[in-house]
Design a protein around this ligand. Structure first.
Ligand SMILES: Cc1cc2nc3c(=O)[nH]c(=O)nc-3n(C[C@H](O)[C@H](O)[C@H](O)COP(=O)(O)OP(=O)(O)OC[C@H]3O[C@@H](n4cnc5c(N)ncnc54)[C@H](O)[C@@H]3O)c2cc1C
Length: 164
C-alpha cells in the first residue's frame, strides 16, 4: 500500500474559516505555489475542481471510490427532489459546454444514476479534471479529531491518503 503524505495543505475548499486560521499561522505564506487538494469527488468536490480549473489554479482531486460520485451509486435508482437546474454547478456547466455537452432539461428531475451519467461522469472525463483526478485513494488524518483546533493541528502536521 502506498501513502500520499499531505503536508501543509495550501487550501481547504470545504471550510474557509479553517483555511483562514491555517493561513494566519503561516506568516511567510509559503502555501502560495502549492496545489489545492480536494478530498472527495462527489458533486461538491467536482464543482470545486471545475471552479479551480476555470481559474487556472493547480489542484488534485482525491476520491476513495472506484469512480466519481461513488456515494450516489448507492441510491442510483432514487429520483432527486431538486430539478437539474439546481444540481449543476455553473462553472462545471461552462466547462462541459466548451466540450460539446448538452445540458439536460432544467426542470426535469433526474435519478441518482442520471446525475452520475449525464453530469458527474462526463465532468470527470474532461481533460481539465481527468488529469487531476486520483481514484481509489482514501484520505485520513493521522491524529484523532477532538475539536476544530485539533483538526487544524492534525491537518497541519500531516495527513495520509492511502492508495489501495
Ligand atoms: C436518496 C438521496 C436523495 C437525495 N436527493 C437530493 C436532491 O434531490 N437534491 C439535493 O440537493 N440533494 C439531494 N441529496 C443530497 C445530495 O446527494 C448530497 O447533498 C450531495 O451528494 C453531497 O455532495 P458531496 O460531494 O458533498 O458529498 P458526497 O456525494 O457524499 O460525495 C463525497 C465523495 O467523497 C468520497 N470520500 C468520502 N470520504 C473520503 C475520504 N476520506 N477520502 C477520499 N474520498 C472520500 C466519497 O466516496 C464520495 O465520492 C440526496 C441524497 C440522498 C441520499
Amino acid at each position: 500500500m502506498k501513502n500520499i503524505e499531505l503536508k501543509q495543505p495550501s487550501s481547504c475548499c470545504a471550510a474557509p474559516a479553517i483555511e483562514q486560521d491555517i493561513m494566519k499561522q503561516q506568516p511567510n505564506n509559503n502555501f502560495k505555489n502549492k496545489p489545492v487538494v480536494i478530498i472527495g469527488a462527489g458533486p461538491i468536490g467536482l464543482a470545486a475542481a471545475a471552479n479551480l480549473a476555470e481559474r487556472g489554479e493547480d489542484f488534485i482531486l482525491l476520491e476513495s471510490g472506484t469512480h466519481v460520485g461513488h456515494n450516489i451509486s448507492d441510491w442510483g435508482h432514487v429520483r432527486l427532489f431538486s430539478p437539474w437546474q439546481y444540481n449543476i454547478d455553473k462553472a462545471a456547466a461552462r466547462l462541459l459546454s466548451k466540450h460539446g455537452w448538452v445540458a439536460p432539461s432544467p426542470d426535469a428531475l433526474p435519478t441518482g444514476q442520471e446525475l452520475l451519467e449525464k453530469y458527474l461522469l462526463p465532468l470527470s472525463e474532461l481533460p481539465e479534471i481527468k488529469s487531476k483526478l486520483i481514484l481509489n485513494t482514501k484520505c485520513s488524518s493521522d491524529q484523532p479529531k477532538r475539536h476544530r483546533q485539533n483538526e487544524i493541528r492534525a491537518s497541519r502536521k500531516q495527513s495520509f491518503c492511502d492508495l489501495y
